[in-house]
Structure formats: structure tokens, C-alpha cells
Design a protein around this ligand. Structure first.
Ligand code: ATP
Length: 745
């Protein structure tokens, strides 16, 4: 780059930074002046007492608080800009104009306080889209006024660190490989970071899509699905700032470790973090009012990821998450919601009808039809109780008269008490009948679907599945013992929600689901009921489903549940995370599925190591960890299939300094050297991954292939795989040119 250009950019940066400084100063002064005003108001309040009314002072303080937080936010943002005010420049000539506009793009916008000149455009501004979508030449962007076309004369990228240009270069077609090489070659020693200065064109399309209410993003491991979903949140918050705040956005994460891992991204781009929860949190909340022990996700995963899952259990998991079962349960619910009281008797007492048979249907199917069934029954109970009020009164009086007439008691208070007891006794069968008819025993009714063969065949269109007997006994036995198997949770919670009503949250306006490949149709059914006012971003990779036997739902089917008409299914094709060598190895684990490499980043070959016993395994891992740390990498994931194995391996490696065992879903995210089971490692990434126990027994079933693929794809720079005895046949299938073996093998 010519010296003159360099000088120009240095001067431009100085101009921008001096404006940032000036604005920080103004914001500090404003903050001080506001605080001093508030102090004065408070002092006056204390002095004069009653002359200012209390409501007024609270109002002033609230406004002051909002203002201070706004000023604080602006100052924070400006301080970030002081370090790196922009990362890109696009010179654009709009069609029909001759002037070239220099558009600088950064994490926030900045304009000159005096002249109003736009010094930096927020990366989310319409005009900034060109930076991600085009190289030099014809270009266009969409804005509220329509599509603006023109020509990009220059596209420049900067790395500005602590207010100094570290490097800059002009690029032609896409965000240059150099930047990506630099970014991806780094150590992942911290949590996930923003990719705002290197968003790729295909990713940008997803981030900025506003046409579709439901956006599904499918893509291979490392294709940036999580990154894109988070940047999309930032984009939507910016575009819809009048109607959308961080409180209106919810991320459904697979677990709390993952939530913690991604928690840096939004603040880095200057946005507040949004609400995060896991489906398990919803399960825990729901369990509070149900007399059943819900099996924990951890216990379930430990069982299915062990090497001895019973056939019964496998069949149950597969059936309970399947579409035929969902259809049957829906039919059963329809029947309960309409016909439930169809056979109910009239309620009679002493030969008189209190509640006619037709009235059950009238209230249940018509008057209260908009309410969930169990609420309808409660309403009917209130009607019955009201009707009984006069009856109770009459019977009590009758009893008082009888006792008085018998002449055995003369104390009025005692007569009334005796009359109440006698009346209650006479009314007991009636009260019990009403109680029983107007209560809904959720657990019993759910169990009935499995206990009653006739019922199941009536509600299912197909004949019972081949393994019906196994499914039936497993469910009835578990529920009778007071335990709800994990695979029954989504259908049961849907059942519960329809019968009792869902805890609808209308404040959530956008929901992001990550790792969506583990969701079943029931999950979507529940979520659409809980969050009815939502647009959706749903990201996942079907081949990274690590739950064996589960009938997960394809995105196309999920879209039918949410809103098929307004859905777009977008497929990312390139992967960014791993080196060429790791990528090729992982690809070989899944023959038939092709992933493009976004960037040709070279590294070391994956290493497959045979160890003869646990002692040797510990020794080998110890050595490898030292080599990796010595090479300058910081984050090392020692990944096992399940938590039992993780604990065993951790015990072997305890002597290693600073090693952490992570086995709980609500653990924090730890960088450094960690031992972690597969289901907690998914979604995360490490400089180096050490896969332990990749032997023939541990990775044997067809579903284990995906687990092995998922854990191997967590690696950015180095991958080591250990096995004892015979290697998994998935490893045997891989071309030996794609990995190395240590010399002693
Ligand atoms: N445009 C990009 N520029 C720089 N880095 C990127 C880009 N896109 C993705 N990455 C990086 O690639 C890695 C993988 O991204 P991310 O975790 O978002 O992918 P993913 O598709 O969700 O992965 P997985 O499905 O394997 O969990 C991250 O380190 C991310 O920062």
C-alpha cells in the first residue's frame, strides 16, 4: 500500500479517535451533571420535606437511573471504540451519483458531533452489508427506501489494536483468507468470540434475514451456526430497537456450560446478554407440582451412552420420540378435550337432579371450551358447589330440627355442631363424587394410554408397534413406581400442558435454539405453545445427534409444527473450525457427507494411539498434554463418551497440574485442561482434543459413529485418539494416510 494511503488512514484514525475522546468527555460531563442535579434534588427534598411530593422524587430518580444507564452504556461503547473503532472500509459510488463515499464499518456507529459526518457505521447498518456481501465492482444493499445499487471502488480491512493500526490491506472478493487464517489460527484460550469483522457472505444472509419468521440453519460442525445465531440476535436487536430488547430474546441452550461459553459474544458487540435457559430448566419447573420423579438428563445420558442399554429401553426411547406416538397422543388429547365428560352421569341427591347429564357437555364442550380441560372441570366444580350451597343449608336446618325434636340435647351450640357433622356425613358421597368427577389425574390418565390396549388402538391410526408389549410394561412399571423415564418427559409435559394449560410467555419475541438436532417433535410442540409470539432461529447439525435411539425430527417436519408457510431452511456448507488435516479425518468418519473447508489452514496430522493399559494411557496423555501446552496451546479437552469414564480418566490424571473434571450440566465453562463427557463437550471447541477409549466396545453401535464424529470435530488445531485393545471399527475404516501413529505401534 502506498505511503500516501497509509498516511491518510493514520490521519483518519486519529480524527476518529479524537472524536471518540471528545464524546467520552461529553458523556462523563453529562453523567456528572446529572448526578449533581439528582444530589441537589435529594438535598432539597430532605431539607424542605413535604414541598416535593414523594411520587415526584421517585419519578425523578427512575428517570435519572435510566439516563445514567444509557450514558454508562454509551461511554462503555465509546471506550471499546477507542481500542478499535472500525475494521473495514468500503468506497462506494451510488448509481446516478459521482461522489465516492468512504464507509468505515465498526462495532458501533459514530458521527462527528459538530458536522454530523458519519465517521463509523455500525456493522448492522444496511449500508454495511456490502462489506460482507461484495468485493470490488457492482454492489447493492437493501434499506427501508429500497435497493441501492452502485459500484464498490475499494474494500479495505484493518486490524486496529489499542488505537493503532496493526495492519491493513485491500481485498478483492471476500473477507480475505489472511484475516480468517489469523483468526482461526489463534488459541481458543477463552470463551467464544465475535466474528463481526469476518462474517462470510452465506453467514451474512442468515444474520440479516428479516423475511422469514422461522429460520432453520443446518450446517456441518464448525460452520459457524452458533456464531451466526448470536450475531443474528445482535442484528435483530439493532434493526428492531423500538420493539425488541434483550429481555424479549431467549436462547435455548443444551446446558449451562454452553450458555456460559457463548456469554461473551453479545457483550463484545455492544449488546446486553439475552435470557438463556435449557429445556431442562423448564422440566425442573414443571416437576414442582407433579408427584413423579422425573429422571434426570444426566442419568438418562449416562445410561444410553453406556455399553449395556437394554433393548426395552432403546425401543421405548425410539417410540416415545416418534411421530406415530405423537399423533396417537394428540388424538387421545383431542378425545379428552371433547368427549371426556360424555359418559358422566347426572348428579342427584335424595332423588333430585342437581346437575343434568347434558350440562356436563354444555359446560365442557361449549361454555368453557376455550380453557384447558382441567380448568374447565374446576369451573364446573365451582358451579356445583354454588348449587349445593342452598342444599347444605337446608340439610343442616333439617338436622337441627331433628336433634332438637329428639330432645336429647338442649345446648344450641352443640346442636348446631352435631347438625353440621350429620349433614357432612350425609353429603359425603355426593361431595366425593363431585370431587372425583371434576378432578383430572394427569399421571393416571397418561399411564392409561399404555395400560389400556383398546384405548391405544382407538387413538392410533396404525396398529400397535411391534415392541408394544415392551413399551407398555416399561412405561406402566416406571410410572407406577413414581418415576418418569427421561424419554417420556417431552410427551408427558405436552400432555400436562394441554390438560392444565401452558405457562405462556408473550414477552419473548425471538427464540434461538442451538443444537436443535437433539429436539423431538414434542419439544417443538411444547415450545410453540409456551412462546406463541415468536420468530425463530433454529440451528443444528443432524449428524451431531449424540443421543442414540432418539427419533429426532427433521427441520422440514419441525417447520410444519411451527409455521411452515413462513419458514426458510438455510444450509451452511463450509467449515471454519479445524485444520485441513483434522477436517479430512473427521470427514472420513462420516463417509457420504461432504463438507467444504472454508480456509486451507494446515496443521499436524491427527494421531491415533494404542495403549496397552490404564497406566500407559495416563502416561501418554500426560506427555501429550505437556507437548500441547509447550506448543503454546491452552485449551485441551480430554473427551470421554460418558461421565463415568470421564471420572475414571480424571482419577488417572489427577497428578496433572490444573486439570478440571466437568461432569455436571450446570457447571461453568472452564478453559485450560478439562476432562469432559461427549454430551457436555458438544457445541464447545478446544485447541486440542484427546479422545479417550476409542475402542471397539465403546464405539461399536451405528449411533456411536456420530458421537465419535462430534467429539473429534471439537478440535481446532490438534487431535489425539486413544484406544486400548482393538480400535473402534469406525477408526479402522479410515484411510491410514489421514492420521499418524506413534512409532512404537
Ligand atoms: N466467519 C467467520 N470468521 C471467523 N471465524 C469463524 C467464522 N465463522 C465461524 N468461525 C469460527 O469457527 C468456529 C466454529 O463456529 P461455531 O461454534 O459457531 O460453529 P458451529 O457450526 O456452531 O459448530 P458445531 O456445530 O460444531 O458446534 C468458531 O471458532 C468460530 O469463531
Amino acid at each position: 500500500m502506498e505511503q500516501q494511503e497509509r498516511q491518510f488512514e493514520i490521519a483518519r484514525l486519529e480524527k476518529t479517535l479524537s472524536q471518540v475522546h471528545a464524546q467520552i468527555k461529553i458523556s462523563e460531563q453529562t453523567s456528572e451533571s446529572h448526578q449533581s442535579n439528582l444530589r441537589d434534588t435529594l438535598q432539597e427534598y430532605w431539607k424542605t420535606g413535604s414541598s416535593i411530593d414523594e411520587a415526584q422524587i421517585i419519578d425523578v430518580m427512575n428517570r435519572q437511573r435510566a439516563l445514567t444507564s444509557h450514558i454508562h452504556y454509551t461511554a462503555e461503547h465509546l471506550r471499546k471504540m477507542l481500542k478499535s473503532p472500525y475494521f473495514g472500509r468500503v468506497d462506494f459510488i451510488e448509481s446516478g451519483f459521482s461522489e465516492t463515499e468512504k464507509i468505515y464499518i465498526g462495532i458501533g456507529s459514530l458521527s462527528d458531533n459538530e458536522t454530523g459526518e458519519f465517521l463509523v457505521y455500525d456493522w448492522r447498518a444496511p449500508v454495511s452489508a456490502m462489506f460482507y456481501d461484495f468485493g470490488r465492482g457492482q454492489a447493492s444493499y437493501n434499506c427501508p427506501a429500497g435497493t441501492i445499487t452502485g459500484v464498490i471502488m475499494l474494500k479495505r480491512q484493518f486490524k486496529i489494536v489499542d488505537g493503532r493500526i496493526e495492519y491493513m490491506f485491500d481485498s478483492d472478493l471476500k473477507i480475505d483468507d489472511e484475516i480468517l487464517q489469523q483468526l482461526l489460527g489463534k488459541s481458543a484460550d477463552d470463551k467464544m468470540h465475535t466474528i463481526v469483522n469476518s462474517i462470510q457472505r452465506e453467514q451474512n444472509q442468515i444474520i440479516r434475514d428479516q423475511k422469514h419468521k422461522v429460520l432453520f440453519v443446518e450446517g456441518p460442525a464448525g460452520s459457524g451456526k452458533t456464531s451466526v445465531a448470536l450475531h443474528r440476535i445482535a442484528f435483530l436487536l439493532y434493526q428492531n430497537r423500538e420493539s425488541l430488547t434483550s429481555k424479549n430474546v431467549l436462547i435455548l441452550s443444551p446446558n449451562h456450560i454452553f450458555s456460559d461459553y457463548i456469554s461473551n459474544v453479545l457483550p463484545e458487540i455492544g449488546e446486553e446478554n439475552v435470557v438463556q435457559m435449557t429445556f431442562q430448566d423448564y422440566v425442573t419447573l414443571s416437576n414442582a407440582n407433579i408427584q413423579l420423579h422425573f429422571q434426570s438428563r444426566k442419568d438418562y445420558l449416562e445410561e444410553v451412552l453406556s455399553n449395556n442399554v437394554s433393548k426395552k429401553r432403546a425401543v421405548n426411547i425410539s417410540f416415545k420420540s416418534s411421530s406415530p406416538f405423537m399423533q396417537a397422543l394428540i388424538k387421545y388429547l383431542e378425545w379428552l378435550s371433547s368427549e371426556w365428560v360424555g359418559e358422566y352421569p347426572a348428579i342427584e341427591f335424595r332423588g333430585e337432579t342437581i346437575f343434568r347429564k347434558e350440562e356436563w357437555l354444555h359446560y365442557y364442550q361449549e361454555s368453557f371450551a376455550m380453557m384447558p380441560p382441567s380448568i374447565r372441570l374446576e369451573k364446573i366444580r365451582i358451579i356445583l358447589q354454588n348449587r349445593m350451597r342452598d342444599l347444605v343449608h337446608t340439610i343442616r336446618q333439617e338436622k337441627v330440627d331433628q336433634i332438637t325434636a329428639a330432645g336429647e340435647e338442649i345446648n344450641e351450640k352443640i346442636i348446631k355442631a352435631l347438625a353440621r357433622i350429620e349433614a357432612r356425613e350425609e353429603l359425603r358421597p355426593l361431595i366425593e363424587q363431585i370431587e372425583q368427577l371434576t378432578s383430572f389425574d394427569i399421571i393416571a390418565e397418561y399411564k392409561r394410554l399404555f395400560a389400556d390396549d383398546k384405548l391405544y388402538s382407538a387413538v392410533s391410526n396404525t396398529t400397535s408397534p411391534t415392541d408394544w408389549q415392551a413399551i407398555k410394561t416399561h412405561t406402566v412399571k416406571s410410572v407406577s413406581r413414581g418415576i418418569l423415564p427421561f424419554e417420556d418427559l417431552p410427551p408427558f409435559l405436552y400432555f400436562l400442558g394441554v390438560i392444565q394449560g401452558f405457562a405462556v410467555n408473550k414477552d419473548i419475541k425471538h427464540i434461538v435454539i442451538d443444537e436443535a438436532q437433539d429436539y423431538t417433535a414434542f419439544h417443538y410442540k411444547i415450545l410453540t405453545r409456551l412462546f406463541p409470539n415468536c420468530s425463530w432461529t433454529i440451528v443444528g447439525d443432524p449428524v451431531q445427534s449424540i443421543q442414540p435411539f432418539l427419533s429426532t425430527v427433521k427441520f422440514a417436519e419441525a417447520s410444519e409444527i411451527i409455521d411452515q408457510e413462513h419458514t426458510l431452511i438455510f444450509t451452511l456448507t463450509k467449515s471454519y473450525r479445524a485444520t485441513l488435516e483434522i477436517q479430512a479425518f473427521c470427514q472420513a468418519l462420516l463417509p457420504g457427507i461432504h463438507t467444504e473447508v472454508a480456509i486451507r489452514r494446515k496443521g499436524q496430522m491427527p494421531t491415533v494411539i494404542s495403549v496397552k493399559d490404564f497406566e500407559m494411557l495416563a502416561e501418554q496423555i500426560n506427555q501429550t498434554v505437556q507437548v500441547i501446552l509447550h506448543a503454546g496451546w491452552h485449551s485441551i479437552g480430554i473427551i470421554t463418551k460418558n461421565a463415568v469414564q470421564a471420572t475414571e480418566v480424571y482419577e488417572l490424571l489427577k497428578s496433572l497440574k490444573n486439570i478440571t473434571l466437568v461432569t455436571k450440566e450446570d457447571d461453568e465453562y472452564y478453559s485450560g485442561v478439562i476432562v469432559i463427557p461427549s454430551y457436555l463437550a458438544k457445541g464447545l471447541e478446544f485447541d486440542a482434543v484427546l479422545v479417550v477409549n476409542a475402542d471397539a466396545e465403546n464405539y461399536r453401535r451405528s449411533q456411536d459413529r456420530q458421537i465419535l464424529y462430534t467429539v473429534c470435530t471439537r478440535a481446532l488445531h490438534c487431535l489425539y485418539i486413544y484406544y486400548m485393545g482393538t480400535p473402534s471399527h469406525f477408526l479402522n475404516e479410515i484411510d491410514t494416510k489421514l492420521y499418524q501413529k506413534p512409532e512404537w505401534i
